[in-house]
Write a protein of this length. Structure first.
Length: 343
């Protein structure tokens, strides 16, 4: 008769196979993951070094063939060393997890070790995904915090960029919202300095979105159109194209544990603010560093793996410890392409 030890010794339950299995579902937790904003970038170190250059690219003047050439004037530059945070999460499988317990939805079938392990991996993967989504929003807000409120990275300070929000003047009746949106898009194009983008998305808090789509100039622009999505009659929360950009309302929230142990719910975006971002650019990276193990040190992880799994047998047949970890940090390498907006 096979035992749990035999099961865990099988190739299908090796750490590498469990790591592959936990990463099979695509990462789609949160709107930013669904938009595919950040590109996963595996690295072999627990830090990433980025160059911060002062100045802009300039065009090269023409010269006569065989005549004096142009000198490349190097820009002042500095390097920023960014540490990749480590997010471990542990659980255990003990006899009490399935002894005398029926499998979920079953009347006569007892729970199995494999079923318990699978359930724990699903739950732990969900917590890692939620953590990654929280980090993604931190990168967009320019300040990445962990669940305890500890500052992991201030993007604006690191890159020497002014992150002061700009007002959209939505409280002013005469504001031409479409024109302000077009100017916003032009500002983002200039900040990209020729880099490609596929469009501009304005991710708005609840109040900002309501005042944007409810503004008199926006409603008047669609008053006589029946074939388009219309702020006078339609629900536009999932996206409204106006002035050359798509604005959508963000309702994501995160439960953050305070110092006293209580949980506080915080919105991904301030209700009175919005963040405008370019889509399809090369400036949004999610760095993934190796797991904290001897065998994986100094090796870039598999591009498909963000969460790593290992198990270890407890003494005296008391069960198995299940360890998961992720080592990720999303970074906007050019924060000036993100525009923070206020009412």
């Amino acid at each position: 008769m096979s035992t749990v030890h035999d099961l865990m010794s099988a190739p299908e339950f090796a750490d590498a196979q469990l790591t592959e299995a936990i990463n099979i579902p695509p990462y789609q937790t949160g709107r930013l993951a669904q938009l595919g904003l950040f590109t996963d970038t595996p690295i072999a170190t627990t830090y990433v070094k980025v160059g911060v250059k002062d100045g802009d690219f300039t065009i090269i003047p023409s010269r006569e063939r065989g005549g004096p050439t142009n000198k490349n004037m190097s820009k002042r530059h500095a390097q920023a060393l960014i540490e990749i945070p480590h997010f471990p999460l542990e659980d255990a499988i003990t006899p009490s997890d399935f002894q005398n317990l029926l499998a979920y939805g079953q009347e006569r079938l007892f729970e199995t070790f494999g079923g318990v392990l699978n359930g724990k991996l699903i739950e732990m993967r969900g917590k890692h995904d939620q953590t990654h989504a929280h980090l993604d929003w931190g990168a967009l807000n320019g300040l990445i915090l962990d669940a305890d409120g500890f500052e992991l990275l201030d993007l604006y300070e690191t890159f020497g960029v002014d992150g002061t929000p700009q007002s959209f003047a939505l409280g002013t009746a005469g504001t031409d919202v479409a024109n302000v949106t077009r100017n916003l898009k032009a500002d983002i194009r200039r900040a990209l300095k020729g880099a490609p983008m596929t469009g501009v998305r304005i991710l708005a808090g609840e109040n900002f979105f309501a005042q944007y789509v409810g503004h008199a100039t926006v409603k008047d622009a669609y008053k006589y159109f029946s074939s388009q999505r219309n702020p006078n009659r339609d629900a536009l929360d999932d996206g409204f194209d106006h002035g050359g950009a798509v604005i959508e309302r963000v309702d994501e929230e995160f439960a953050v544990r305070l110092a006293n142990g209580t949980l506080e719910t915080r919105p991904a975006i301030n209700p009175n603010e919005a963040i405008a971002i370019p889509l399809g650019t090369p400036y949004f990276k999610r760095y993934v560093s190796p797991p904290d193990t001897i065998n994986d040190a100094n090796q870039a992880p598999d591009p498909a793996a963000k969460v790593f799994v290992s198990t270890d047998e407890r003494p005296h047949g008391k069960g198995y410890d299940v360890h998961t970890e992720s080592n990720v940090l999303p970074v906007a390498l050019r924060p000036q392409v993100m525009k923070r907006l206020t009412l």
